[in-house]
Ligand binder design. Structure first.
Ligand SMILES: *Cc1c(COP(=O)(O)O)cnc(C)c1O
Length: 405
């Protein structure tokens, strides 16, 4: 199938709307992506055709819902090349997945053990580990970044030791777009016997990770950043690790047998899936992955690289514009500022022109502190964006500069 961006855009109802009297230019894809009608329809079909609770009913609707939900788990398993479906845990998203692992490591860590995170982390990657360190007496270490927004691997090597129990890095930085060298990071950590959790929230709309090949211990992502709905995501874990970690929440679905003396836990994956899950969300997540695969990740990458290259070139022609994050390997995210102008003011003027960008610290304040700035304007492109939209952004930034300087 040839990649045709105008055909693809027809799948996204929201891209047809206007904002402030102008056709919407949606460039906030790193915060959440838009949803194609194939995904929206899967939710409507579920609620209008076979809504029922799963895994416990003998009646037809419950069986249909269970089948669809488990089929979605299978789609996700295949997509990420996971060995067993039971290694795919449905969660409410990346934040939930990270907290699940952090909670589980409480019973593993001892005083003086070390957890390593990167300087490029989202707040949701920093706070749970700080909390865990407070509870266990473990120590948090940070892999530093350089001016380009890349992690400094020789420093990582120095930080790693026999005390390192867990390494925690995002696959792609949401603030700068840096693609981190996770293959090397995983291999280096494993050499010291440390487990690795990769946050793929920002990566999975741009590329297709092969989790068995990566040999990663844990990997997480959120459906809403890959054209699926909010409130659902996954935690992948190697079976041995998932067996080892205690359950996160107690409730229905996660138990095998309950008496007041003792409860035994259900088999994987249900041990980590307490309560009624986001059934429609899980099914729609499967539909989103099918949709992305029908377009093809090679085509997605090629088109997004073209957008990134062109937008970078055109934006840099504007006097006084600086781009933060110039890694050799980066995805279609451009964080920038105009000299002497607050990012918030630029974002507000762009919105008046129908252009949606994000302004602020992008839940990554340590990165902003590194560059000594309050925040940036961030334009993040998806496969459904066009070169013409890049032109509208560049014109908009030029106008904002005229108005604000
Ligand atoms: C969005 C994001 C998160 C948080 O994801 P939620 O879906 O809000 O839980 C974590 N890490 C990165 C890199 C992100 O981009």
């Amino acid at each position: 199938m040839a990649f045709n961006v105008s055909d693809i855009r027809k799948d996204f109802p929201i891209l047809q709307r206007e904002v402030n009297g102008k056709p919407l230019v949606y460039l906030d894809n790193a915060a959440t992506t838009q949803k194609p009608r194939q995904v929206i329809n899967s939710i409507v079909d579920y609620y209008s055709g076979y809504n029922a609770n799963i895994h416990r009913g003998v009646h037809t609707l419950s069986q249909e819902a269970t089948d669809a939900y488990e089929a979605a788990r299978g789609i996700i398993q295949q997509h990420f090349n996971v060995e067993k479906p039971s290694e795919v845990i449905f969660t409410s998203g990346t934040t939930h997945s990270i907290n699940l692992v952090a909670n589980g490591f409480e019973s593993i860590l001892q005083t003086g053990d070390e957890i390593v995170v990167s300087a490029l982390e989202h707040h949701s990657n920093i706070v749970p580990w700080q909390m865990l360190c407070e509870r266990t007496g473990a120590i948090l270490k940070v892999i530093p970044m350089n001016e380009e927004g890349e992690l400094v691997l020789p420093e990582f090597k120095n930080i790693l030791s026999a005390r390192t129990k867990l390494v925690f890095v995002n696959h792609i930085s949401n603030a700068l777009g840096t693609i981190n060298p996770i293959e090397e990071i995983i291999a280096m950590a494993h050499e010291k016997g440390a487990a690795v959790l990769i946050d793929g929230a920002q990566a999975c709309c741009h590329l297709k990770p092969d989790l068995q090949k990566l040999d990663v211990d844990f990997y997480t992502t959120s459906a809403h950043k890959m054209c699926g709905p909010t409130g659902v995501g996954i935690l992948y874990g190697k079976e041995a690790w998932l067996q080892k970690l205690p359950p996160y929440q107690g409730g229905g679905e996660m138990i095998s047998e309950v008496t007041f003396e003792k409860t035994t836990y259900a088999e994987l994956p249900h041990k980590f899936e307490a309560g009624t899950p986001n059934i429609a969300g899980g099914i729609a997540f499967g539909a989103a992955i099918d949709y992305l695969n029908a377009i093809g990740f090679e085509q997605i990458e090629k088109h997004e690289n073209e957008l990134l290259f062109y937008a970078t070139k055109e934006l840099l022609k504007i006097d006084g514009l600086r781009i933060y994050g110039t890694a050799a390997r980066k995805t279609s995210v451009i964080s920038f500022n105009l000299s002497g102008i607050h990012p918030y003011d630029v974002g507000t003027i762009l919105d008046k022109m129908g252009i949606a960008v994000r302004t602020g610290h992008h839940c990554a304040q340590p990165i902003m502190d590194y560059y000594k700035i309050p925040g940036t304007v961030r334009a993040s492109f998806a496969f459904y964006n066009t070169l013409e939209e890049v032109n509208r952004l560049v014109d908009g930034v030029k106008k904002a500069k005229l108005m604000l300087s």
